[in-house]
Write a protein that binds this ligand. Structure first.
Ligand SMILES: CC(C)(COP(=O)(O)OP(=O)(O)OC[C@H]1O[C@@H](n2cnc3c(N)ncnc32)[C@H](O)[C@@H]1OP(=O)(O)O)[C@@H](O)C(=O)NCCC(=O)NCCS
Length: 194
């Protein structure tokens, strides 16, 4: 069994979720502002759903299908502020990036910092060739995160999803391994810690 990665950035620690995180996940991800622009987070967040979600992470990683990490502030008490993940397609050497940050923590650059680290891990350690991400067009903050980490807009899928009873246009962004190599300032964006 390959251990879960633990990634350290300047201000953040990205680590595996543990069962004790479940109530925090339900509170943070269950907030309407967070769930509203995602494709899958339920609202209201059903009691027990976060524990069940966390239980899937080990199998997801062991089967090579998904990496899900808790985003924590590096400084003690290492507060949990979000989640980030890659949905992996090994046969294509590609992955989809997804993330959310607790509403009280928006605008501090946390999503960008975590996304940079996970993208670096995907290319440098997992050997991916492409990482893509999608956001509802009205969710400009998420699009900005994708731009800041070097992804390029590939197009807009019109009315691609029906969420909360309404159709949503989805913007598709991606970065390829050679593009990421070119934009690396001076080595990896993150350091793997044990
Ligand atoms: C999208 C989300 C992850 C961003 O997290 P964050 O930690 O605030 O992101 P960052 O601080 O790293 O960057 C946000 C950028 O968006 C910009 N931004 C914020 N609101 C914006 C808006 N309404 N229009 C345009 N840009 C906006 C910020 O100014 C910042 O860009 P800058 O650094 O150039 O100033 C967060 O809002 C969130 O969790 N939303 C709910 C869940 C979600 O939508 N997840 C993504 C699904 S695709």
């Amino acid at each position: 069994m390959t251990p879960f990665p633990r990634l350290a950035t300047e201000r953040l620690l990205l680590r595996a979720f543990v069962p004790a995180d479940a109530s925090t996940v339900e509170r943070l991800a269950g907030a309407w502002q967070v769930a509203e622009t995602t494709l899958t987070i339920p609202h209201p967040y059903p009691p027990g759903a976060a524990a069940a979600w966390i239980e899937t992470h080990a199998t997801g990683w062991d089967s090579g299908k998904r990496l899900t990490l808790a985003i924590c502030v590096a400084e003690p008490p290492q507060e949990l502020v979000g989640a980030i993940g890659l949905t992996l397609a090994g046969e294509h050497a590609h992955a989809e990036l997804g993330y959310w940050i607790a509403a009280a923590m928006w605008g501090r650059g946390y999503a960008t910092e975590a996304a940079r680290a996970v993208v670096a891990f995907g290319f440098a350690t997992l050997g991916l060739h492409r990482i893509h991400a999608r956001h509802f067009v009205r969710n400009a903050a998420s699009g900005r995160v994708m731009q800041k980490i070097g992804m390029r807009l590939e197009g807009v899928h019109r009315d691609a999803y029906r969420r909360w009873g309404r159709f949503e246009d989805a913007a598709v962004y991606a970065i390829l391994a050679p593009e990421w190599e070119q934009m690396r300032p001076n080595g990896d964006h993150q350091e793997q810690v044990t």
